[in-house]
Design a protein around this ligand. Structure first.
Ligand code: C2E
Ligand code: MG
Ligand code: MG
Length: 668
C-alpha cells in the first residue's frame, strides 16, 4: 500500500542532507576565502619586503648554500636579518617567515632550527618558484613563532615568490605564517549559529510534517479499509442471498453463462434444475414470515446436503431455487439429484414446536440436448417445473419439446383469461340448495363458468387458481357478487324469494374494502342483505383471526349470512369456530361421497354435525348424489342439501321453473 509518510520521510531526509552539504560547501568556501585573503595580504607584505629588506640580503641569501647548516644558523647576517624581519612583521598577523633559495633549501627562518632544511619537493615551493603563490590553512597544536611557542592555532601558510618587480625573475621563495585562529573561531561560531538554526528549523518542520503526513496516512488507510469493506459488502449483497447465504439470482445468471461456456468448450453435459416449494405462500401467509424464513433456511440446508461439491445451489426467488450441475454424465444424474432433494424434504420441519411438511417440485433441462443457450435452458427448466406443479407437485419433470407447445398453450390460456372479464366471457350457473324441513329450494349457490371461445364452458377449478395467481380474483369476484345479487333481486321481483350464496376466495376477503364492496353490491342491486350468503373456505381463517372476526362482524351488521365451505378439508381450527359469527357449515363433499363404504367418513360427518349443533350453526351438505346419503345426512339433522340428486348447477334461466316446482321430489 502507498505510505505517504514513508515517502515524506525520505524526501525530507534528502532535503536535510542537501542542506547539510550546502552548509559544508559554505564552510569550505569561507575557509578558501580566508586563505585567499591571507595570500593576498602575504603577497603585499612580500612585495614590501622585496623592495625594502630583500635588496640588502639578496646577494648573501641567493648564494647561502656555500655555508654549512650550522654556519648559516650562526651567521651574523642571518641574525641581523632576523632582527629586521622581527621589526617588519611586528605590527602584522605574520608569526613566522622562512626564505628558500631557488634550490629549495631553507636559507632563513625565524626559527633557526629549520635553516638548512630541504623543501624542494614541497608543492607550495615549486608553485611559488614558477611565480604562482600558494597557500593553505592548517591546525597546529604547537607552533614555534618568532616570539615563542604558541598552541592550538589555525595558521595560514603561503609560499610567495620574491622578485624586485612584477615581471622580474623569481630570486627566492618566502613562506609566511599568519595566525587566523581568532578569525576562524569567529567564523565557526557564526557558522554554528547558522547550522543550528537551519537544522533546528528543518528538524522541527520535519517532525511537524511527519506527524501531519502520518495522520493523513492513517486517514487514507482507514478510508481504504472502509472502501474495501464497502466494496466487499456491495459485492456480497449483489451476489448472495442474506437469508440462506446462497448465491442469488444475479449470481445465477452469471454462473450459468460461465458454466454453459465451459461445458461447450469441454464438450460436456450440464444439468439445470429449477426447484419451487409447493404451496409455500400458504406457510408464509398463515404462520408468518419468520416461520417462512426458517423453513426456507432449512430447505436450503437440506438441498445443499444432497449435492456434490461441484454443483452450485442458488436462491433465485422467494421460494425458488436452482442447481447447476456441471458436468453430468447423463440425464439420469440430474434426475437422481432431483429425487434426492425431493426425498430430503420428507422429514417434517420443526418450527416453534410445530411440524411442517414441505414438498417441492423440480423442472430439469439439459445442455446441450434441450438447448445450448443459457436463456433457453432457464426457460425450458421453468416449463418443466410448471408441468411438475400442474401434474400434482412433489415431483420432478424433464423438459421435452412437447412441453414447449403446452407452455405456449398455457400462455395463450392466461392471456385470454386476463381478457375474459372485458370480453364478457364469464357466466354464472346456479345450483339449488334444498331445505330439509320443507323440501323447498330456499337458496342457490352461484358458481362461476368461463365460456372459453375455443374450449367451451370451463369449470372454475381450471381457472380460479390462475385468477388468484394473476391477481385478477378481486375484479372477477366483484363481478360474481354483483351479478349474483342482481340476478337474485330479479328473481325476487318475479316473486321467487330465494337466497343466493356466493363463493369468496381468501384473497378477496383480505382486501380492506371488501365489506364496502359487499355493501355496494347490495345497494346497487337492491337485494336485501338477508338473502345474501358468503361462502368462505377455511384458508381464510389462517390469517389474523381477530381481524377476520372484525370483518365478519361488519358483514353480520349489514345482515348477510356467512358460511364455511368445504368444511373439514382444510386447516380446521376448531378452536376459533366458536368465536366466529357463522350461520352455516358446508360439509366437504368428499366426506359425503364415500359415506356408504367409509366408516371414518360417517364418524367425521357425525362429529361435524354434533359440533355445528352445539355451536348453533346450521349444517349444509353438498355433493349429495344418492338417496342413502340424503337419508344419513337427514338423520344428522342437516339443515340444507345440495347436490346432483336435486340438480347440477344450471344457467340462471332454469332456476325460476325449478323453484316453482315445489316441493323437490327427493326431499319429500
Ligand atoms: P364449491 O363452492 O364447493 O362448489 C360446489 C362444487 O361442487 C361445484 O363445482 C359443483 O358443481 C360441485 N357439485 C355440486 N353437487 C355435486 C355433486 O353432487 N357431485 C359432485 N361430484 N359435485 C357436485 P364447480 O362449479 O366446479 O365449482 C368448484 C369450486 O370452484 C367451488 O366449490 C368453489 O370453491 C369454486 N368456485 C366456483 N365459483 C366460484 C366463484 O365465483 N368464486 C370463487 N372464489 N370460487 C368459486
Ligand atoms: Mg361453495
Ligand atoms: Mg363446497
Amino acid at each position: 500500500m502507498f505510505k505517504s509518510h514513508r515517502y515524506g520521510l525520505i524526501t525530507s531526509l534528502v532535503g536535510i542532507i542537501a542542506v547539510v552539504v550546502l552548509l559544508l560547501a559554505y564552510r569550505h568556501l569561507m575557509w578558501r576565502g580566508v586563505i585567499d585573503q591571507e595570500i593576498r595580504s602575504h603577497a603585499t607584505l612580500t612585495q614590501v619586503f622585496s623592495n625594502t629588506i630583500w635588496p640588502r640580503y639578496a646577494a648573501f641569501l641567493i648564494d647561502a648554500s656555500r655555508f654549512s647548516r650550522d654556519e648559516l644558523r650562526r651567521h651574523e647576517v642571518i641574525r641581523k636579518l632576523r632582527q629586521d624581519v622581527s621589526q617588519y612583521i611586528a605590527r602584522s598577523s605574520v608569526v613566522k617567515i622562512k626564505i628558500y633559495d631557488l634550490a629549495g633549501i631553507t636559507v632563513f627562518s625565524t626559527d633557526p632550527v629549520q635553516i638548512g632544511q630541504d623543501k624542494s619537493r614541497n608543492s607550495g615551493f615549486t608553485s611559488a618558484k614558477t611565480g604562482v603563490p600558494m597557500g593553505k590553512i592548517t591546525f597546529r597544536d604547537r607552533f614555534d613563532t618568532i616570539e615563542g611557542v604558541i598552541v592550538d592555532r589555525n595558521l595560514v601558510s603561503s609560499y610567495i615568490p620574491i622578485r624586485i618587480s612584477g615581471n622580474a625573475p623569481v630570486e627566492a621563495v618566502i613562506e609566511m605564517y599568519s595566525d587566523v585562529t581568532d578569525l576562524i573561531v569567529e567564523l565557526s561560531k557564526h557558522q554554528r549559529g547558522i547550522i543550528f538554526w537551519v537544522v533546528g528549523t528543518l528538524s522541527l518542520l520535519y517532525v511537524f510534517l511527519f506527524f501531519i503526513v502520518r495522520q493523513a496516512d492513517k486517514t487514507i488507510e482507514k478510508q481504504d479499509k472502509e472502501r474495501l469493506e464497502h466494496k466487499a459488502k456491495i459485492h456480497y449483497q449483489a451476489h448472495y442471498d442474506p437469508l440462506t447465504g446462497l448465491h442469488n439470482r444475479t449470481s445465477f445468471g452469471e454462473s450459468l453463462q460461465e458454466h454453459v461456456n465451459r461445458a461447450l468448450i469441454g464438450g460436456r453435459m450440464l444439468g439445470l434444475l429449477q426447484l419451487d416449494l409447493d404451496h409455500f405462500r400458504l406457510v408464509n401467509d398463515s404462520l408468518g414470515q419468520s416461520v417462512g424464513d426458517q423453513v426456507l433456511r432449512t430447505c436450503a440446508k437440506r438441498m445443499q446436503s444432497c449435492m456434490r461439491e461441484s454443483d452450485m445451489l442458488f436462491r433465485t426467488g422467494s421460494d425458488q431455487f436452482a442447481v447447476i450441475m456441471e458436468p453430468i454424465r447423463n440425464t439420469e444424474d440430474a434426475a437422481c439429484l432431483a429425487l434426492r432433494i425431493i426425498e430430503s424434504m420428507t422429514a417434517p420441519i420443526i418450527v416453534n414446536n410445530q411440524d411442517l411438511m414441505v414438498t417441492l417440485s423440480v423442472g430439469i433441462s439439459i445442455f446441450p440436448q434441450d438447448d445450448s443457450s443459457a436463456e433457453m435452458l432457464v426457460k425450458n427448466s421453468d416449463t418443466a417445473l410448471h408441468l411438475a406443479k400442474q401434474e400434482g407437485r412433489n415431483q420432478y419433470r424433464y423438459y421435452s419439446a412437447a412441453m414447449k407447445q403446452h407452455a405456449l398453450d398455457q400462455l395463450d390460456f392466461e392471456t385470454r383469461l386476463a381478457q375474459a372479464l372485458q370480453h364478457n366471457e364469464f357466466v354464472l350457473y346456479y345450483q339449488p340448495r334444498v331445505e330439509a324441513a320443507s323440501g323447498k329450494i330456499v337458496a342457490v349457490e352461484a358458481l362461476l363458468r368461463w365460456a372459453h371461445p375455443e374450449r367451451g364452458l370451463l369449470p372454475p377449478n381450471s381457472f380460479i387458481p390462475l385468477l388468484e395467481q394473476m391477481g385478477l380474483i378481486n375484479s372477477v369476484g366483484e363481478w360474481v357478487l354483483r351479478t349474483a345479487c342482481q340476478q337474485t333481486r330479479e328473481w325476487h321481483d318475479a316473486g321467487l324469494p330465494v337466497r343466493v350464496s356466493v363463493n369468496i376466495s381468501s384473497g378477496q376477503f383480505r382486501v380492506d374494502s371488501f365489506v364496502d364492496m359487499v355493501r355496494g353490491a347490495l345497494d346497487q342491486s337492491g337485494l336485501y342483505a338477508e338473502f345474501l350468503e358468503l361462502e368462505l373456505t377455511e384458508s381464510v381463517l389462517i390469517d389474523n383471526i381477530d381481524n377476520i372476526i372484525k370483518i365478519m362482524e361488519d358483514l353480520k351488521e349489514i345482515g348477510v349470512s356467512i358460511s364455511i365451505d368445504d368444511f373439514g378439508s382444510g386447516y380446521s381450527s376448531l378452536n376459533y369456530l366458536k368465536r366466529l359469527p357463522l350461520d352455516y357449515l358446508k360439509i366437504d363433499r368428499t366426506f359425503v361421497k364415500d359415506l356408504a363404504t367409509s366408516e371414518k367418513d360417517v364418524a367425521i360427518i357425525k362429529t361435524i354435525a354434533a359440533l355445528a349443533h352445539s355451536l348453533g350453526i346450521k349444517l349444509v351438505a353438498e355433493g349429495v348424489e344418492e338417496i342413502h346419503q340424503l337419508e344419513f345426512l337427514r338423520s344428522q339433522n342437516c339443515y340444507e342439501f345440495q347436490g346432483f340428486l336435486f340438480s347440477p348447477p344450471v344457467p340462471s334461466a332454469a332456476i325460476p321453473d325449478m323453484i316453482s316446482e315445489r316441493p323437490v321430489r327427493h326431499a319429500v
